[in-house]
Structure formats: C-alpha cells, structure tokens
Design a protein around this ligand. Sequence first.
Ligand code: NDP
Ligand code: ZN
Ligand code: ZN
Length: 350
Amino acid sequence: MAQAKGYAAQSATASLAPFNFERRALRADDVAIEIDYCGVCHSDIHTAENDWGGSRYPVVPGHEIIGHVTAVGSGVSRFKVGDIVGVGCMVDSCKHCQACNDGLEQYCLNGFVGTYNGVDKVDGTITLGGYSDSIVVHERFVLTIPEALDPSAAAPILCAGITTYSPLKHFGVKAGDKVGVLGMGGLGHMGVKFAKAMGAEVTIFTRSESKVAEAKKQGADHVVISTDPEQMAAVAGTFNYLLDTIPVQHDLNPYLTCLKYDGVHILVGLIEPLEPAVHTANLVMKRRVIAGSLIGGIPETQEVLDFCAEHGISCDVEMLAMQDINEAYQRMKKGDVKYRFVIDMASLKR
Ligand code: NDP
Ligand code: ZN
Ligand code: ZN
C-alpha cells in the first residue's frame, strides 16, 4: 500500500476537499503511476453531485489522467518506469467476454470498472480517480502517450476525445458529410476537430453568442445559435449526423428536424428521463435514428491518441490548481470554459 493525496467529495452537497487515502499494493499486472495532469469532465460533476444516483462517497473524480510510471508489477511487459502514460474512464473489465475480446471493454458483458465510483473486481473496494497524486491500474487499461503530444493538453483525449471520436467513426462520418455538434464544451470542441479531420462540413450548435468567433477558430464551418428559432429553421433537414454533448435535459425535437432523411442523432450525455417526449413523426417520416455511445474501448483509445499525434490535434485547455476545483465546477455549469480544465497535480504539493 502507498499513501495518496487527493481531493474528494464526501457527499452530494459537499465541496471537494483534501483527502488522504491508500493506493493498493502492486498486483502482478499493475502499473503504478504518479499523476501529472488530470482533465475535468462534466461526468466528474455528475458523479460528485450524485446527478445519476449511485454515487459512493467519498468520491475522488477524474478520468483523464496523464502521468509517469513509477513501478510495475512482476508480470507487466508493456511499460517501464519513467514512461509517460494515460488512464481514461476504465481501470478494469472481465477481460474475456466477447466485448472485451473485441476491444470494446466499455460494453463488457460482465461490467467494466470505472476509474472512479467503480467496484474493484479483486477486493471489492470503491475505485478512486485522478484528482490525486498517484494511481495503480492493470496494464491493459494503461495507454501510451505519443511523444508528439503535449502531456497536459493530451489529458482530455482520454475521455472527451475518445467519446467523440468513437461514435463519429462507428457511424461512418466521411468526407462531405454534414455534422452538427451540440454544445461547445470539453466534448464538443473535440468533436469539431475530429469531424473536420474526417472531412466533414461541421456546424456548432451553441447557446452562447460569445463562442461564435471562437467556434470558427476551432475549425467549425458554421455556427447556429440554438436558442434562435429562425437560425434553427434555416438548417432544417440538412444534417447527416448530430453529436449531442449537452449535459442536461433538453428537447430533442428541434434538433431532430435539422437532420436529413436517414440522419443520426448521437447522444453521449445521460439525461434521464428523455423529456419532453420525442415526436415519433420526427423519426418515422424521415427514417431518422436516435443513438447513444459510451466512451470507446482501450484499442480505440490508443488509436485516437495516435490519430491526434498524427493529425496535430490537441485539446484547448485551461490549466487549474487542484485547490480551485470547486470554482471550476461552477464555471463549467455555466458553460464558461474554453474548453477543458486540466488540473496541474504539482499544485497538490503546495
Ligand atoms: P461541458 O460542461 O464541458 O460542456 C457541455 C456544453 O453543453 C457546454 O459547454 C454548453 O455549450 C452546453 N450546455 C451546457 N448546459 C446547457 C444547457 N442547459 N442547455 C443547452 N446546452 C448546454 O461537458 P462535457 O463536454 O465534459 O460533457 C458533456 C456531457 O457528456 C456530460 O453529460 C457528460 O457526463 C457526458 N459524457 C459522456 C460520455 C460518454 O461516454 N457517453 C463520456 C464523457 C462525458 P454551449 O455554451 O456551447 O451551449
Ligand atoms: Zn468523462
Ligand atoms: Zn468483458
């Protein structure tokens, strides 16, 4: 066991505060990592505040982890001390079902183990995430960070990146397609970059006039202010795909009508229940599809890291001291971050 320092929420209403705990002793297949950077995902907020139910306190959030290897177990072959590595949203799965064999660990038939708020398959303890100075992870769930990537800016690729890359690829976005990205936050800004790299014509749907100029700088071809009915009506029936990253309940109907026939509305936010009701005519009359997608498997997460290195794609980050995390949550809830907070873990040593 090794002592770890981090930040935890002790209840749904408590602010995050310093928290000392222990990381497990290395198992044969484990990699011990000193964490250098951790991105701040909206799922961290949902879990800390128990938006989805089922949060187990204390919650130490954080699943966009970049660090360096400090020790490896006796059976580890892929990593050595000093390697720059990443850990995303999963730290384990059954590793033998069809989904795991297909490299789709996120859909493990026996359930994956989340990086935080998961239950360790070996000792039953609750997993604690990356808002901390160290973590111990099975080597299968450790990613190699390509040298060409700036480690701090690479952190968000491990969740925001893979979560947007995976569905765009799975649903077959190709050159010339029209893709709309709903919500210009951590996920949304990565979705724009990937859709552009795949050759699509990309439109950002945002509530925020202030993001229009920025959105174009991000590479978006067009911007639609989603609260303006005239702008929404002007793009009716034109999109092949909509990638919906909005983290709160919202009416899907105005967006569905923006899809062409056979268009696909891809949800990545968990916004139960889906209200107001979807009008079936918005689906039936144009053979439209509503789909969902969860992060991406480990091989695909490595693929997107390599894709980013190859295409010169990086995340736009605002560095944060661990001590400022509660203020960062408030700003994220207002959509006030361009576009991902990344915690510099050196701040924990202050
Ligand atoms: P962010 O907070 O970074 O961004 C969300 C964006 O949505 C905001 O920037 C804002 O964009 C828009 N938005 C926020 N509130 C509203 C609102 N009330 N109405 C309309 N639009 C709004 O969140 P993330 O990108 O980190 O996460 C997005 C969602 O994806 C979360 O629910 C998260 O849990 C989920 N998620 C899902 C994963 C999966 O595997 N399926 C993985 C990771 C996250 P703007 O200002 O442009 O309108
Ligand atoms: Zn996330
Ligand atoms: Zn499995």
